[in-house]
Design a protein around this ligand. Structure first.
Ligand code: QUE
Length: 361
């Protein structure tokens, strides 16, 4: 089935159901997938047949690995037009989900990274399983934690968001629950039965989730909370690295080694994005900021090099440019965050078709 739709959108038993269906790429999002989802969500806003929205995936390998970064990189190596078109659509989808008036239930089974976080974090119900692997890994490919990372991450407890953004750390279900990234835990073996019950009775959502809710176990992150808040609250990326080095403990040195492998430019972009994101007034305003960053970073040498090292050649030996934090100057960062020409800025425009949205948060 070479022409299978990459997202299956249909109305089923009182639900609007969006099923990611690009298993060969771990459901990494492309422009078409974002458009299919946004169009369905817009149509379902005022569709009386749709009481709630379900977001899931086909196949066994997980929910969503991110974005179609090879396409984005190849576009960025040329004029970047297709890359920007992708980010614009993806961020509109993120914003549409964020403000959606009907309950949205996302099954965060398996890999939930980058773009997968962007479509699950705004859902009102976020169901983890024992296979959930959550991460914002973008600093490892010279990108930055987008899809609303600048909104969600600084709003997590303490400095856990900064830690996730800079290190790209992977979390399992118990830690996702601890941080509120997931709202519920259901064993993977019960997910299909739960979906069948939900589809039969959308009104029983809360009851069914309570019935299927299981114990995800102890969250390992609980033991690191104090260290994270102390070390990742420092006043700059350089200061965080210095604090980790000065600490000298096993955990701190492991974090230090991880940070030394990441793109210095991407870490400094993420740091500024998250610190500024604390005070951003709306999710839409955050997405406009992230689109500016994406427009610049998708054209950058570091992003090309990151995709080469991690995705294309898989040598995991990126040669970052600039190679040091000191060389990522204030001036370079200012240029990445600078507003775009007015007619090129991101807007949620088409989200407001058929009346203004009422934000949930
Ligand atoms: C950072 C990322 C992504 C990544 C790895 C990173 C990303 C992404 C993928 C990915 C993984 C497997 C696939 C695929 C894409 O990896 O966004 O198509 O099969 O999509 O370190 O941001």
């Amino acid at each position: 089935m070479t022409d299978a739709a990459p997202v299956i959108a249909r109305v089923e038993g009182g639900w609007g159901r969006l099923t990611l269906n690009r298993p060969s790429a771990l459901h990494a999002l492309n422009t078409q997938m974002c458009q299919i989802m946004a169009q369905a969500l817009l149509a379902w806003r005022n569709d009386p047949r749709v009481a709630a929205v379900m977001l899931d995936h086909t196949g066994p390998r997980g929910f969503c690995a991110g974005g179609d970064i090879r396409m984005i990189m190849e576009s960025g190596a040329q004029d970047g037009v297709a890359a920007r078109a992708f980010f614009a659509e993806e961020y509109r989808l993120n914003a549409l989900l964020f403000g959606y008036d009907k309950p949205v239930v996302a099954f965060m089974d398996g890999v939930v990274m980058g773009g997968g976080v962007g479509i699950s974090a705004p859902a009102s119900y976020r169901i983890a399983t024992e296979r959930t692997v959550f991460a914002m890994p973008e600093t490892g490919i010279g990108l930055f934690p987008d899809v609303g990372g600048g909104w969600f991450l600084p709003r997590l407890v303490g400095e856990t968001g900064m830690w996730l953004a800079l290190t790209g750390a992977r979390l399992k279900a118990a830690d996702c629950l601890l941080l509120g990234l997931a709202t519920d835990y259901v064993p993977q073996g019960q997910v299909e039965a739960l979906k069948a019950q939900l589809l039969a009775d959308p009104g029983a959502l809360d009851t069914l989730l309570t019935e299927r809710e299981a114990d995800a176990g102890e969250p390992p992150l609980a033991r690191q909370r104090a260290d994270i808040d102390r070390l990742f609250g420092a006043e700059s990326v350089e200061a965080i690295l210095n604090a980790l080095e000065a600490d000298g403990g096993e955990w701190a040195l492991a974090q230090l080694a991880t940070l030394k492998s990441k793109s210095p430019q991407a870490m400094k972009v993420a740091y500024r994005q998250l610190r500024q994101g604390r005070d951003v007034q709306s999710f839409e305003a955050e997405m406009a900021v992230e689109y500016r960053i994406a427009a610049r970073v998708s054209m950058s040498a570091d992003f090309r090099e990151g995709v080469r090292a991690v995705i294309v050649d898989k040598d995991n030996a990126p040669r970052w440019d600039p190679p040091t934090l000191a060389q990522v100057t204030q001036q370079k960062l200012d240029a990445i965050f600078e507003p775009l020409p007015e007619d090129e800025e991101w807007t949620p425009a088409h989200l407001n078709e058929g009346g203004a949205q009422r934000g949930r948060r």
